[in-house]
Design a protein around this ligand. Sequence first.
Ligand SMILES: C[S@@+](CC[C@H](N)C(=O)[O-])C[C@H]1O[C@@H](n2cnc3c(N)ncnc32)[C@H](O)[C@@H]1O
Length: 206
Amino acid sequence: MNSRCHWRGATGLNRLRGGIRAWSVSHDSRHLDQGFHFHTGRPLAHLLGYTDELLAGIPETSIESFAGTGNPFSLGELRPGYRVVDVGCGAGIDSLIAARMVAPDGEVIGIDMTPAMLEKARKAAEEAGLQSVGFRMGYAETLPIEDGWADVIISNGVLNLMPDKQAALREMARVLKPGGHIQIGDILVQKQIPEDARQKFELWTG
Ligand SMILES: C[S@@+](CC[C@H](N)C(=O)[O-])C[C@H]1O[C@@H](n2cnc3c(N)ncnc32)[C@H](O)[C@@H]1O
């Protein structure tokens, strides 16, 4: 994303983040009649290869808000004992799946900038009885996690929403232990995006 992007300055970034927050709280599968241009919820999870086994025991409130663009677990299961950060955790579906994989000694921290999503994620963790997962309010570009804490970073459908992707990638590198790794599901474009599309608010926010 080049420096001409409207969304990089403080005013543009705040407007963009406001739009993403508004979209996040309104997009779950109960609102499909609003005509989103992609699937969400359980149908999306199945399309992206989340098996019934992976989703078993995950509360419906998390599943119905699922809005990922890939499947971080298709890159490999997480080992028991791992410390995991889920960047842009939304309503917590991947954090909860990860928490089950790393139990009993591992730990998962989900980070999101949208309070309504964090509330859903916390309630879902409680409902699922998962104690090794916690959620923090924060931005991917300034993760509220200490240096070198994580074995693995997962993220799903979040980097594409950020004008400064390098800042987010630098933060991921900072919080990873030496030898740690990332498992990200996101959107990769291989063609130049037209300038009018780059500047389009609706395409950045949902
Ligand atoms: C498309 S949703 C994906 C949520 C979740 N990963 C999932 O797969 O369902 C994007 C999420 O990223 C969060 N988000 C977007 N930009 C962010 C940023 N810069 N820092 C932290 N969270 C962000 C939004 O609040 C939203 O919950």
